[in-house]
Ligand binder design. Structure first.
Ligand code: MRU
Length: 345
């Protein structure tokens, strides 16, 4: 397997990212050196995925401080710029987490903020590799032989800073010789599965199929899958989990088929201040993403789109939550909020 992809670099005055809208056709890196460029990249999903948004959000505070110094902003203008980054997308809690983690250091100066932001970037790979090991251990203890996995959206290096969360578990299973194949949901409407996950799996020589999202339930009910593993954008205290639209359908099919549905995410995606999924804001995106195909309108004029970017899977449908700390068996009653109040985190 080749050296893992690292999509986030700090150049000294800019964050250099892969423009994910260009994949799989072209691997293009771009530098973000102003708040406007950063927020635009986040909103059009050039950078994306909850842990990656956390890292970029933290580095965004440094970019805002630099721009403040360059352009002579007032303290209130700096606060507004940081709030603008924090709110660029509402569902993935990691974006606000990354911004909030480094912002209290502003009074200590640029170096302190930068060091904390770079620490988030560096720690993310260690966290993802731990998630991969815990998840693979849990799966191998329950599924004999080589495992057939279904995944949804992109949770790999492209969604993090290296390795990946759900895709990290899949990579770890592959590295152990314990993976048979991955069914990759294409992930309408922006095709993070078909464009990004498949691209990462091709790079690593991991056997996979891309399937239409509408095929997922049938693939599961026909017995072609042993376990579904997905990522998360926000996990409420009761275990309810927001992830890419289409995730809850996968969970329902897994429950009916009696196979495990696993959420793999860093602790930074757990938001114990959010009591349940009903309290999670779901990002609504431009209807053009659904009504057009390759830039060409496919639905008739006069048709409106319903385009939520995420859904919420209730805790009762989540067999296990894998974080860097270990595994919680959520549907059996082990929820993140209880762990916090018992002092484990
Ligand atoms: O809209 P996106 O592409 O940012 O959505 C990403 C997802 O839903 C991922 O599954 C989630 O952020 C976890 S990434 C490790």
């Amino acid at each position: 397997m080749r050296e893992p992809l690292r999509p986030i670099e700090w150049t000294g005055n800019a964050v250099r990212v892969i423009d994910q809208t260009e994949l799989p056709g072209r691997l293009v890196r771009m530098s973000l050196e102003s708040v406007e460029q950063l927020v635009d990249a986040i909103q059009r999903l050039a950078v994306r995925g909850a842990p990656q948004l956390g890292a970029v959000g933290a580095l965004g505070v440094v970019i805002a401080m630099d721009q403040c110094a360059r352009e002579g902003w007032s303290p209130a203008e700096l606060d507004a710029a940081i709030a603008h980054i924090r709110a660029a997308r509402p569902t993935a809690v990691n974006l606000a987490w990354g911004v909030d983690r480094v912002s209290p250091l502003i009074s200590s100066g640029r170096q302190a903020v930068l060091a904390a932001a770079l620490d988030i970037v560096e720690q993310d790979e260690r966290i993802n590799r731990a998630i991969g090991r815990h998840g693979a251990d849990w799966v191998q203890a329950r599924v004999p032989g080589r495992v057939r996995v279904l995944t949804h959206c992109n949770t790999g290096a492209l969604a993090t800073t290296a390795w990946g969360t759900a895709l990290g578990v899949i990579r770890e299973l592959h590295a152990r010789g314990a993976l048979e194949v991955v069914f990759v949901d294409e992930t309408r409407p922006l095709l993070q599965g078909a464009r990004l996950t498949a691209w990462e799996l091709v790079q690593d020589g991991i056997p996979h199929y891309v399937q239409a999202d509408g095929a997922a339930a049938s693939t599961i009910l026909r017995g072609l899958v042993d376990v579904a593993i997905i990522g998360a954008d926000r996990i409420a205290a009761n275990g309810d989990t927001a992830n890419k639209i289409g995730s809850v359908g996968v969970a329902l099919a897994c429950a009916d088929a009696g196979i495990p549905f696993i959420v793999a995410a860093p602790e930074s995606t757990v938001d114990v201040r959010t009591a349940s999924g009903a309290d999670i804001e779901i990002e609504m995106r431009d209807g053009a993403e659904v009504l057009t195909w390759g830039g060409v309108r496919v639905a008739p004029e006069g048709t409106r789109a319903h385009n939520p970017a995420f859904d919420v899977t209730p805790a009762r449908l989540i067999t296990a939550l894998v974080t860097e700390e270990g595994v919680l068996e959520v549907s059996a009653g082990q929820v993140p909020g209880d762990r916090l109040s018992s002092g484990v985190r």
